[in-house]
Design a binder for this molecule. Structure first.
Ligand code: ADP
Length: 320
């Protein structure tokens, strides 16, 4: 179609990452202030890797919101769809790092500005120019952002975009596990490309098996690509015609925040550049090797956005 813009919709926030791993939030001696928020991470990952990205979302008209908008711009992400709420503040996440780099989150969303994005404020021109529209679940939890999210998806689809979905399960944000499951499944079928982590797979299927027969209970005939990411073990991929797995890269992991978003950003950048990767297992494996490398690099530094690789860093790791 000639379109190459990747539009990412949802939250952008500040992650407060503890300076020390393996201690509780209350015991952390200090925090690093790192920009993040899954959909924003994806947009910046795309831009750092040389793709064209736009971010759509709402920030607080405060010090954090202005800092985050500056980070989008300095990374070359189109911010024409970024709004500022004058009443509510920018969302914050407080991260707890386990010794292995895995993390848990607590949130300030009370409500935060991202939750107050309204349907009428959407920049439809940006959405309509999307080759890929990427979204998560968090913006579906409450109104008015829920309606805005559903409307944006529909406009993108009507304009011919591929829909890319990452549930980004952060359980404390939902009123109950059941409501999280319902919301995720309510938009599951509408996506063309889905990425879930092993943790999300277990949440959705009720079993910790990542065998094909378990994963395929979630498959829909409309899907173009279903991915399961397995942390340091890499990923599994499923299309209508083929399926398989790819090992990850071994790196010195300190904080896994943003790894999945780097993986998605890398994969979408390659798919937009050449959609035939969805029909060729050989090409897809090459793309996913690149995505695994980008995910791995992101785990070697604290925070999400500060850790996202550029193309040179990704190619460096691929040569190893
Ligand atoms: P999420 O960040 O969404 O929970 P994962 O943790 O599965 O998703 O990470 C996404 C991708 O990032 C993985 O498929 C893998 O390629 C890479 N990755 C994640 N954690 C590590 C790690 N500890 N070592 C190497 N690569 C990793």
């Amino acid at each position: 179609s000639g379109k190459d813009l990747i539009v990412s919709f949802g939250e952008m926030l500040i992650d407060f990452v503890p300076t020390v791993s393996g201690v509780s939030l209350a015991e952390a001696p200090g925090f690093i202030k790192a920009p993040g928020g899954a959909p924003a991470n994806v947009a910046i990952a795309v831009a750092r890797l040389g793709g064209r990205a736009a971010f759509l979302g709402k920030l607080g008209d405060d010090e954090f919101g202005r800092m985050l908008a500056g980070i989008l711009r300095s990374n070359g992400v189109d911010d024409a769809g970024v709004l500022f709420d004058t009443g509510a503040r920018t969302a914050l996440a407080f991260v707890t790092l386990r010794a292995d780099g895995e993390r848990e989150f607590m949130f300030y969303r009370n409500p935060s500005a991202d939750m107050l994005l309204e349907e009428g404020e959407l920049n439809l021109d940006v959405i309509k120019s999307a080759a890929v529209f990427h979204y998560g679940s968090i913006s579906l939890i409450t109104e008015p952002c829920r309606s805005a999210h559903l409307k944006a998806m529909q406009v993108a689809r009507d304009a011919g975009a591929l829909l890319s979905y990452d549930p980004n399960l952060r359980l404390p944000l939902w009123p109950s596990a059941e409501s999280a499951r319902e919301q995720i499944m309510s938009i599951w079928d509408q996506a063309d490309i889905i990425k879930v982590s092993d943790v999300e797979l277990e949440f959705l299927t009720g079993t910790d098996s990542v065998e094909d027969d378990v994963v395929l209970t979630l498959w829909r005939p409309e899907f173009k690509l279903l991915l399961v990411t397995l942390g340091e073990k890499g990923c599994k991929y499923y299309t209508k015609d083929f399926r398989g797995s790819l090992d990850g890269f071994s790196v010195n992991t300190v904080d896994t925040t943003g790894a999945g978003d780097a993986f998605v950003g890398a994969m979408l950048t390659k798919i937009v550049a050449d959609q035939s990767v969805l029909q060729s297992e050989e090409k897809l494996r090459e793309v996913l090797r690149f995505a695994n490398a980008c995910g791995a690099i992101t785990t070697t530094k604290k925070g999400a956005i500060p850790a996202l690789p550029n193309k040179t860093e990704a190619l460096e790791l691929l040569k190893r």
